[in-house]
Ligand binder design. Structure first.
Ligand SMILES: C[S@@+](CC[C@H](N)C(=O)[O-])C[C@H]1O[C@@H](n2cnc3c(N)ncnc32)[C@H](O)[C@@H]1O
Length: 268
């Protein structure tokens, strides 16, 4: 399997348990940092199970949000979660946004940008749909800095047992998920950028609570685990349990880099 084939994004409920619940924590801190005025028209890329959608509606008091994802499963799941007439859900890829030119005040995304194969096309699309003075605001996990602690612990253990896992590890796949890399990508797209750390904590009651989400199949690490034989899965579980301790709570950092990007008015 190729790296991207392990990016198994489906099954909203499994995703929610694996990642959505942590993404929700970061989403609220992200909106605090963005601090947008109310009543803006938002477009979201890669809404998943709707963690950031919820924060935009409740905290940012948007006038509307068009939440998109390229996964049919996620869009169907998210549609069923929201009873807010300001929110519309649609299947769409980041590289072909379903909006007219200059029609949106804020383009946002949570934990998506690194999974888009051509980030420059995605940035050009964000720029195209933004009104003059509009803003792209998004966040990604600090994978290279070990900022998504439970995923980092998983890949470190997996790679120690199976060197082939190394090229699936998000910290190796997405080296640009750091302030310098994100600033460079946005600058190449002609945008002025501000980057800030947004932090939370992931806390699991015990090792089993830590391990269970990896068994649900949604996301790169769970997809890798699913690809292993039963024997190799058990070996990885035992190895991680030894490293982390089988009893007691497991606490790890969840750090994202949040980005605000704007294009000069004359170029918009
Ligand atoms: C890690 S999940 C984040 C979901 C949600 N935003 C959150 O914060 O929990 C990544 C999401 O990006 C979506 N995605 C990946 N590549 C995409 C692309 N090229 N265009 C649109 N969505 C994409 C996936 O389907 C998945 O829902």
């Amino acid at each position: 399997m190729t790296q991207t084939e392990f990016d198994a994004w489906s099954a909203g409920k499994s995703y929610e348990h694996y990642m959505g619940r942590w993404s929700r924590k970061i989403a609220t801190r992200f909106i605090d940092w963005v601090d947008p005025p109310a009543n803006l028209a938002w477009l979201e890329i890669g809404c998943g199970s709707g963690a950031l959608t919820a924060a935009v509606l409740s905290q940012a008091s948007s006038s509307s949000i068009l939440s998109t994802d390229r996964s049919n499963d996620f869009v169907a799941h998210a549609k069923g979660e929201f009873m807010d007439e300001r929110a519309v859900f649609q299947v769409a890829d980041a590289t072909a946004l379903p909006c007219p030119d200059a029609s949106v005040d804020v383009v946002t995304s949570g934990l998506v940008f690194n999974f888009i194969p051509d980030t420059q096309i995605a940035l050009a699309e964000m720029r195209r749909v933004l009104r003059p003075g509009g803003m792209a605001a998004f966040y990604v996990w600090d994978y290279p800095g070990g900022g998504m602690g439970f995923i980092d612990a998983f890949w470190k253990a997996a790679t120690e047992i199976d060197p082939n896992a190394a090229n699936l590890d998000e910290s190796a796949r997405f080296p640009f998920c750091q302030p310098e890399g994100l600033t460079k990508l946005c600058a190449e797209a002609g945008a002025k950028v501000t980057v800030s750390a947004t932090e939370a904590e992931t806390r699991f009651a015990d090792f089993d609570a830590f391990w269970h989400p990896f068994t649900l199949g949604a996301g790169p690490a769970p997809a890798y685990l699913q690809s292993l034989s039963r024997h190799r899965r058990q070996r990885l579980k035992d190895y991680l349990a030894t490293k982390l301790g089988e009893t007691g709570a497991v606490s790890m950092p969840a750090r994202a880099w949040a980005v605000k990007a704007q294009w000069p008015a004359a170029d918009s």
